[in-house]
Design a protein around this ligand. Structure first.
Ligand code: A2P
Length: 330
């Protein structure tokens, strides 16, 4: 099998390489590409040194699957060119996610929306993926009416420049700023860019992508996205209002049996999910599961995941695994 990786020099690209190796794609022919600046540089994949290629030469190679993590502009430009050649594109950018004809997929939840003719497949936003992993079984059981979300997002979601800003500030060294303010010893109520109504683009992704994946346009959703000086993963406090009365023990059972989700919830032993623990792991972790005593049919929970893993690379590669399993690669 031939796999293209567009954005192979990036932060998510480097995790994609690891997850591809871990998930049995190590013996595939890998065609790594990045921007023109990187052509000729090398990366290591499964013990082999591979030269970075131009995107056009990866298109010409007729790869079976192309995984993109190179930003929206590159996805908009090149994904259709791959698709025309019959390549399955799995796109980690936000470029294609909200088009009606483009599947937006978390395999544990809605792989059934995929068909062999879907050649551009969107990987959802990192914060959305980890949240819907915990919400999907509850939505099926009780119908989610409303969500109030606050996120505590890792600097890794912004990219290498943001990690450098955090580490340089911590070391007291000058650096290029990824954010408009210092991020160390600070929190920024700001993810993406501001819309005229005061919400940010990252907040809108949580609203729109959640409705699309859970196939329910009626869920009322409001979100505040916050960037915190953390590396290992994103955390989310989510308040859920159900359409029907729920049983908190049944909620726990549903979460415990959801594939890809680990319940970590024992307050008496200070057991709850944290980014330091989630870093490098593929699962989504849920804890602080409790009734909201202020309002009927409402509950709270805390969701943590490594945003570079399940929030990006792992989910994309699980989509690739699904495509392979369906026998769609000839
Ligand atoms: P390059 O390293 O050559 O700039 P990150 O999200 O960590 O910033 O990484 C973005 C990734 O996307 C990098 O691999 C980057 O390559 C790649 N990239 C950016 N623009 C393009 C483009 N127009 N075509 C192909 N790859 C791109």
């Amino acid at each position: 099998m031939k796999i293209g990786l567009i954005g192979a020099t990036g932060l998510v690209g480097s995790v994609m390489l690891k997850v591809l190796e871990e998930r049995g794609f190590g013996d595939c022919d890998l065609y790594p590409a990045a921007s023109e600046r990187s052509i000729g540089k090398t990366i290591t994949f499964h013990g082999r040194q591979l030269k970075m290629l131009s995107v056009q030469s990866v298109i010409d190679s007729g790869v079976d699957i192309a995984i993109f993590s190179a930003g929206s502009a590159a996805s908009l430009k090149y994904a259709p060119l791959f698709a025309e050649k019959g390549t399955f594109v799995i796109d980690n950018s936000s470029a294609w996610r909200m088009y009606e004809h483009i599947p937006l997929v978390v395999p544990q939840i809605n792989a059934d929306v995929l068909a062999v003719h879907d050649k551009i497949i969107a990987n959802p936003n990192c914060s959305t993926i980890q949240m819907v992993m915990a919400l999907a079984p509850l939505h099926r059981a009780y119908g989610i009416k409303r969500l109030v979300i606050s996120t505590y997002q890792s600097v890794t979601g912004t990219g290498m420049k943001a990690i450098k800003q955090l580490m340089s500030e911590r070391a007291g060294e000058p650096c290029l700023m990824a954010y408009p303010y210092p991020i160390d010893m600070n929190v920024l109520p700001h993810g993406g860019s501001f819309e005229p109504d005061g919400y940010t683009t990252e907040e809108l992704k949580l609203v729109n992508e959640t409705r699309k994946i859970l196939r329910d346009e009626n869920i009322q959703i409001t979100a505040t996205v916050v960037r915190v000086p953390v590396r290992g993963g994103h955390s989310e406090a989510v308040n859920i209002e159900f359409a029907r009365p729920y049983d908190i023990n049944h909620v726990r059972q549903l979460l415990q049996t959801m594939p890809g989700l680990t319940v970590m919830d024992n307050p008496s032993e200070n057991l709850y999910p944290m980014p330091l623990f989630a870093e490098g792991k593929d699962d989504v972790f849920v804890g602080r599961i409790r009734q909201d005593n202020s309002r009927e049919n409402c509950m709270n929970m805390w969701i943590v995941a490594d945003n570079l893993r399940k929030g990006a690379a792992t989910n994309a590669i699980e989509i690739a695994q699904y495509i392979v399993k369906q026998g769609w690669i000839k």
